[in-house]
Design a protein around this ligand. Structure first.
Ligand code: HEC
Length: 215
């Protein structure tokens, strides 16, 4: 695990993606999805805004769980956890005016609402590829989505690992109480996000950043 491996693996992923963008498209209106190494001032500013937001949101998410699990049973935390109250769809997030979307996604989702879209899937595949090839896992992925009819979307992704507190709800089902099992099964009948182990890769936290600084 070293820097050289990391840049090689990113290079491999990026060249694969660049290569694939020359392939004939099934539909003309399909967006172009690229990973970008931020070198322009614009891309650097977008990456900074995205990473700042991710740091804040990830910290808020772990604090929220720590506080909630210290006073309530896990089954009572299930309906509110992962910033459901903080981040309402369509709203901007307080203090983060450039962030236009926030999402948690995974190769194994609990909620179908968190299923990856095509661009998320590419980010998940890039991380899985790095893990499987024994390379250093990128700490951040910057992605640009361009479509003919919509403004360019920039997404910043960061991998999330499983910490001890996550195991309460994402760990071995045999360790979960019948009350928690019942709650999870009734809310999420197709739940795939269980039986994780400590430090395992869980998924991605992602934000979308507005193209330009609000002037
Ligand atoms: C109190 C139970 C609970 C704990 C503890 C918990 N989660 Fe979750 N997790 C959930 C629920 C419930 C969902 C589905 C939320 C929804 O409806 O969008 C979820 C969804 C997710 C998702 C989105 C993908 C999916 O599976 O739908 C990720 C990523 C995730 N959790 C990561 C974590 C991480 C990392 C931790 C530890 C820091 C953690 N979770 C701790 C209950 C929990």
């Amino acid at each position: 695990m070293n820097r050289r491996h990391l840049s090689l693996s990113l290079f491999a992923v990026i060249s694969f993606l660049i290569g694939s963008s020359f392939a004939p498209r099934a539909q003309a209106a399909e967006p172009t999805i690229d990973f970008v190494v931020a070198t322009s001032q614009e891309a650097k500013a977008i990456q900074r805004a995205g990473e700042y937001a991710i740091n804040r949101l990830a910290r808020a998410m772990t604090n929220e769980l720590r506080v909630a699990l210290s006073k309530d049973k896990p089954e009572d935390v299930v309906p509110i956890c992962h910033l459901k109250d903080l981040v309402k769809e369509g709203d901007t997030i307080k203090g983060l005016p450039r962030i236009t979307a926030f999402k948690l996604t995974s190769l194994k989702v609990r909620s179908q609402a968190n299923e990856p879209d095509a661009a998320d899937q590419k980010a998940l595949d890039a991380i899985e590829y790095a893990l499987n090839s024994g390379d250093n896992v990128p700490n951040v992925l910057v992605q640009r989505i361009m479509s003919p009819d919509t403004p360019t979307e920039w997404r910043i992704y960061r991998p999330l690992g499983v910490a001890t507190q996550c195991l309460v709800c994402h760990g071995d089902t045999a360790d979960q109480t019948p009350e928690l099992r019942a709650k999870l099964e009734s809310f999420y009948p197709a739940d795939q996000a269980v039986n994780y182990r400590d430090h395992e890769w869980r998924g991605l936290i992602r934000v979308s950043v507005a193209d330009a600084e609000t002037k």
